[in-house]
Design a protein around this ligand. Sequence first.
Ligand SMILES: [Fe+2]
Length: 144
Amino acid sequence: MINNDLNLFLSNLNVFYRKLQNYHWNIKGADFFTIHAKLEEYYDDINEQIDEVAEHILMLGGQPLGTLKDYLDTTQIKEAQNQKVCTETVFNEILKDLKTLSENATKIKEEADNENKYTTSSLMDEYLEDYSKKTWMITQMLMK
Ligand SMILES: [Fe+2]
């Protein structure tokens, strides 16, 4: 069911948003100023995607999950802790989460194509491009 998969995606995006802002608060080390700002850019991007996906579910006649309890009950993303964290840990976690989100978007795109839901399919293209660009840049940044 495409709406169930969109809701799982929405749930993952919401928990990922909270995780990114948690990292924005708790990042430590010499790169603090750069990474703190970069994480804010990332969670702003995700916040836009949250709104688009929820409204897209409504356009398809579905009901978006809207409570934190729903998100925590269904998410595939592991939350961050309430503690200081270093750059390498943050970006290795983000790489994992971008992979999960890419898998969600790919599955939704495949279902959408099968059901001739082309607006859903093209929305997923945007996200897949965003996640793969971020993945490439983070991978470059983590290179020794
Ligand atoms: Fe801030």
